[in-house]
Design a protein around this ligand. Structure first.
Ligand code: ITT
Length: 193
């Protein structure tokens, strides 16, 4: 079975990505390559940061690498936190509290938002393939649900459930990451046989 390195340190992403391809590919993560260390996300687009992470890891490991750069785009905040979603506050709980407080005077109808996921698959010789997925919803008023990670407990889907109220499989079926990933699977199958 071929090996793919997920260029991520985010446990929540890793669990989701392993669920999506773990059966087809031998999945390694940055934990298996501690010498690579932190990769600075200096680009100002999701694709730019995904490319930085994937290329760095592919070159350092000599293996195909897949990176995910994702985040939450909130319309009432002019698109923030966007590419800075991980750096918006130090922990998931603090990020949620800060976002709810920034939106405290914003009515339900104006709380529209979307998750964006850019995936970049890169080879050690510098080949690159990109895919993108989005998931539309609204920012709720109180956190609900115990599954998922990050902003999931305050991301409300059109049916009223938060992403954190879905099982792992249900979330993958409609999430930004699940969509981007399903688009990437044929590319993985073609290149990593
Ligand atoms: P890596 O760069 O190591 O992959 P990271 O957490 O720094 O991990 P990003 O820079 O892509 O990842 O930041 C994405 C942030 O957006 C992440 O930390 C969450 O706060 C949020 N996020 C992304 N996808 C999410 C999801 O499916 N559910 C909830 N929050 C999500």
């Amino acid at each position: 079975m071929n090996e793919l390195v997920f260029a991520t340190t985010n446990k929540g992403k890793l669990v989701e990505l392993e669920g999506l391809v773990g059966a087809r590919l031998r999945v390694r993560s940055l934990k298996d390559f501690p010498e690579i260390g932190e990769i600075d996300e200096t680009a100002d687009t999701f694709e730019g940061n995904a490319e930085l992470k994937a290329l760095t890891v592919a070159k350092a490991t000599g293996r195909w690498a897949l990176a995910d750069d994702s985040g939450l785009v909130v319309d009432a905040l002019g698109g923030r936190p966007g590419v800075y979603s991980a750096r918006y506050a130090p922990t998931d709980a603090e990020r949620i509290t800060k976002l709810l407080s920034e939106l405290s005077t914003v009515a339900d109808a104006a709380r529209t938002a979307r998750f964006v996921c850019a995936l970049c698959l890169a080879s050690p010789s510098g080949e690159r393939v990109f895919q993108r997925g989005t998931c539309e919803g609204r920012i709720g008023f109180v956190p609900r649900g115990a599954h998922g990670f990050g902003y999931d407990p305050i991301f409300v889907l059109p049916d009223g459930r938060t992403l954190a109220e879905l099982t792992h499989e249900q979330k993958s079926g409609l999430s930004h990451r699940g969509q981007a990933f399903r688009l990437m699977v044929p590319e993985l199958e073609r290149r990593l046989r």
